[in-house]
Write a protein that binds this ligand. Structure first.
Ligand code: ZN
Length: 127
C-alpha cells in the first residue's frame, strides 16, 4: 500500500506557503504580525506584493494585512504614495481569488459574512 512520491501536490499549483510560513518569511516587513489575518488563498498575492515592496520601497513597513468585507486590506506605514497605489492593485486582485484555495472566485454575499470564494469552496459552506 505504500505509494510515496507519485501524486503531485494540489497545493503546489497555487502556493507553496501556508500563512504561517509566509509570515515567518516576511516578518521583517511587518510592524506586528500578531495583528494580521491572512486567508490561505491570498498568500501568493501578498507574497508578490512583499517582494515588490522589498525591491522598490526598501525600508517601508506593512502595518497590517487582514480580510475585511470579503476582500484583503493592506495597511502600510507612512511612505511614498506609489507604494499605496501598488497595494491597492493587490487588494483588488483578492476580489476575484478564492480566499480559501487561491482558485478563481467571486464575492459571495448570500450568508452572514461577505466572502470571496470559488464554486467548490462556496458549496462546502463552512460558515
Ligand atoms: Zn476555493
Amino acid at each position: 500500500m505504500t505509494n510515496m512520491g507519485s501524486s503531485p501536490s494540489r497545493r503546489a499549483t497555487w502556493s507553496n506557503m501556508t500563512p504561517d510560513e509566509f509570515f515567518a518569511k516576511n516578518e521583517d516587513l511587518f510592524q506586528d504580525v500578531s495583528r494580521c489575518n491572512l486567508p490561505p488563498g491570498w498568500v501568493t498575492i501578498v507574497d508578490e506584493f512583499c517582494t515588490r515592496l522589498r525591491n522598490e520601497f526598501a525600508g517601508m513597513l506593512i502595518a497590517q494585512v487582514k480580510e475585511k468585507f470579503g476582500t484583503l486590506r493592506i495597511y502600510l506605514k507612512p511612505g511614498p504614495s506609489e507604494a499605496w497605489e501598488i497595494a491597492t492593485v493587490y487588494e483588488r486582485m483578492t476580489e476575484t481569488i478564492c480566499e480559501r484555495c487561491g482558485q478563481p472566485g467571486e464575492l459571495r454575499s448570500e450568508r452572514q459574512w461577505l466572502r470571496t470564494l470559488c464554486v467548490p469552496c462556496n458549496s462546502t459552506n463552512e460558515q
